[in-house]
Design a protein around this ligand. Structure first.
Ligand code: ADP
Ligand code: ASP
Ligand code: MG
Length: 405
């Protein structure tokens, strides 16, 4: 049995926690498993490093950021290997480079292209636990890259695929995947299992318990995945292929995302080609647009176009739309950072109508104004004022009967 175990930031947040992780790994080894361990930086460390760079310069270069951020995971890997040795377990730590994780050159959000894992395999063959620094790789030019926030999940899943592991266990600070963030709604229910597609929607809509790209990867390569707590032995949540029984669930979860900003170009001439120009410029500058709404203004001759982009990109988005507005004679540009997106997700929505209406009515009943709406086959999203996020999540969770019991 070969297992990949990933421990997140809180799970390795102190020396005590690292010792506890080593104990857990040791138990798996004693039970006869070969174990590759992927670790995140100690909790808060990545943000601390980002803060350090930010206080030195306004827009730190991404190449240097990657070298800086990769250090957090290295510290955890080395300490975890030392803690294992203290328990008499053979262990060896490896960086992304030593693991043979080759990525593209997209610094701070690199994609994994190949994993050789030669040294990891050799360690495992010698009954040695391999402890791998998550979240990082190296380009063909040997520059260090990182895999985007939450990227240690991707390291674990990709490594599990490369090693053809029997299971990839994601250990975190909650007991599994819940119907919504259990830290906001204590009544949230833990799911025994969830389909890759639903998990993908939950993750991409803000449920950070698994990084979106790690779920995409797991789905593509059929990696058997389970999310569990590193603090107890409760059974976790299995991420599996969709089955018939699951289709009965109309809404399986509620998510929120506070990391978006809304930009509006006001009073753009209402003629063909304008939206095309705007969004091709935005795409050309590498900004990822999520939701789009176009409204006709009262005069019927001009239109307002609103769209959302990641909050971290809003200064760049603002510069670009201001230039565009000037060029096309628009009336102005408006940026709103205090927004959030709440979503309901479920594969059963495919065959049920009235779900969106119920969502809108529930928000209205609590005087929460909806600024934008987006839908797909298995989700409905609403952009609302950020201060109502927790309230919206709670009332939607209740309205769709997702609570425990
Ligand atoms: P780690 O450091 O272990 O990677 P993260 O903080 O990235 O952990 O992810 C775990 C957190 O995800 C939980 O503490 C919880 O607040 C949040 N979360 C959001 N939505 C969900 C959900 N639907 N189910 C479980 N956890 C969720
Ligand atoms: N340390 C990185 C982050 O905070 C990666 C991870 O935790 O998965 O985003
Ligand atoms: Mg995480």
């Amino acid at each position: 049995m070969l297992i990949v175990q990933k421990y997140g930031g809180t799970s390795v947040g102190s020396l005590e926690r690292i010792k506890a992780v080593a104990q857990r790994v040791a138990e798996s080894v004693r039970a006869g498993a070969k174990v590759a361990v992927v670790v995140s930086a100690m909790s808060g460390e990545t943000d601390r490093l980002i803060g350090l760079a930010g206080s030195l310069c306004k827009r730190p270069e991404e190449r240097e950021m990657d070298l800086l951020l990769s250090s957090g995971e290295r510290v955890s890997a080395a300490l975890t290997a030392l803690a294992l040795k203290e328990l008499g377990v053979k262990a060896m730590s490896f960086t992304g480079r030593q693991t043979g994780i080759r990525t593209d050159k997209a610094h701070t959000r690199a994609k994994i292209e190949k994993i050789t894992a030669t040294r990891v395999k050799k360690a495992l063959d010698n009954d040695t636990v391999a402890v791998i620094a998550g979240f990082q790789g190296v380009t063909e030019d040997e520059d260090v890259t990182t895999l985007g926030r939450g990227g240690s999940d991707l390291t674990a899943v990709a490594l599990a695929a490369a090693l053809d592991a029997d299971l990839c266990e994601i250990y975190t600070d909650v007991e599994g995947v819940y119907t919504t963030d259990p830290n906001i709604v204590p009544e949230a229910r833990k799911m025994e299992k969830i389909s890759y597609d639903e998990m993908l929607e939950l993750a991409s809509l803000g449920a950070k318990v698994l990084q979106t790209r790690s779920v995409e990867f797991a789905k593509k390569y059929g990696v058997p995945l389970v999310v569990k707590s590193s603090f107890n032995n409760a059974p976790g949540t299995y991420i599996v292929k969709e089955d018939k029984q699951m289709e009965k669930v109309v809404v399986s979860g509620v998510t929120y995302d506070k990391n978006q900003s809304k930009l509006t170009v006001l009073g753009v001439p209402d003629k063909p080609g304008i939206a095309g120009r705007l969004f091709s410029e935005i795409a050309g500058s590498g900004l990822v647009v999520d939701m789009i709404v176009q409204n006709i203004s009262p005069d019927g001759k001009s239109t307002d176009i609103s769209f959302t982009i990641p909050k971290t990109d809003s200064p760049r988005g603002l510069d670009l739309t201001k230039r565009f507005a000037a060029e096309f004679g628009a009336k102005g540009v408006d940026l709103k950072d205090d927004i959030s997106k709440v979503s309901i997700v479920g594969v059963g929505m495919r065959t049920h109508s009235g779900v969106a209406a119920k969502m809108f009515e529930t928000l209205a009943a609590h005087n929460i104004n909806i600024m934008m709406i987006g839908t797909s086959e298995i989700k409905v999203s609403c952009v609302i004022e950020s201060k109502y996020t927790e309230l919206a999540v709670r009332v939607l969770h209740e309205a769709f009967g997702l609570e425990n019991g």
